[in-house]
Design a protein around this ligand. Sequence first.
Ligand SMILES: [Zn+2]
Length: 408
Amino acid sequence: MSGVSRPDGIRRHNVALLLDSVHRHGPSTRAELTARLELNRSTIGVLVSDLCALGLVQETVPPRTARAPRAGRPSHVVAPRADGPYAVAVDVEVDRLTAAAVRVGGELVARRVERLPPSRRSAASVARAIARIVDRLAEDMPSAAWPVGVGVSIPGTVSLPEGIVEAAPNLEWSSEPLGQMLTDLLPPGTTVTLGNDADLGVLAEHLRGAARDAADVVYLNGKVGVGGGILVGGRPLSGMGGLAGEIGHTVFDPDGPPCRCGGSGCVENYIGEAALLRLAGRTDPPDAEAVSAVMRAARSGDPAACAGVVGVARSLGQVLANLVNLLNPQVIVLGGALADVLSLARTDITAALDRQAMGAARRMVQIRTSGLGSDSSLLGAAELAFRPLLADPSAVVASRAAPLLGAG
Ligand SMILES: [Zn+2]
């Protein structure tokens, strides 16, 4: 422990804790920070000054009526700087890219979307599109604001830390070194981190969404594919190579139809968007518009659409029962089309759960819709980009300044 006993080390550590607290909880008064970090007021004052000097936060005195209605000295509010660092978050979906600038505190301040037609879905094309959209995003930000890194959400399995996309069946990618491609295309020194979309979704739902109160969480997202992200005791279940959680490719019926992963009868083929459209008697390609149309029709009582939703709900209930028996989660968060299925057919899901999940674990679990809507994976990608800054703000700011000092 001698390494952390140097005053300088402790102060840097506490500066990191303070920034992390503002990041998690948003603008906070000195009194709130003092209570949360269990440090004395004068220490908090010093640490806030350090963070202000680093250009990461600013202190303001709020209008008396807003936060401090009673008489006496108003407490200063510590908030992220608008012209400070931002994370560049990128969500790669099968038919589109979404890029966003996210400030410390999780506020999404700019967003750009680019469609990915079938002819431009190769890994190399997508890497070029990401580089372009990241560049354009900078135009939406104050000129003094600076990117801390790029986090990318991928609808497939990603080997960490190399950032190799091992398999993204719905993009037809296999063993694509996307992390390296992006490092080659983005400005020198840009930190690029990749993650699986559902792993990032569960991270964001735990930090800011529907699972803030839970440490044992499963997030299941239904799009073209079905992704799963799992937290056990507050920690991501990643497996040896970061490949765990492919709930969509567990076997539902071994005699079922072939799956794009190479297996057959995978869960994805029973609760994914294509399954919903098929069960609802539609022949449209499975995209967001077609899925919304089925949900709208089901809400207005259309029998075929309702049959599709109920069919998915019944299979989903069985999948959730397996997860409950395997993992004993406190909360299961459903995103994408599965969130709509929950709101339309909760009783069909819970009937399957009641039948298949074991008593005590069944009683403990709560099934919720995503708290962040379609932004779960995007906001999770921002968290990837923020990690180095939150771990050691002083070091990241110093490394930014270093090239300037060298040039001088
Ligand atoms: Zn599969």
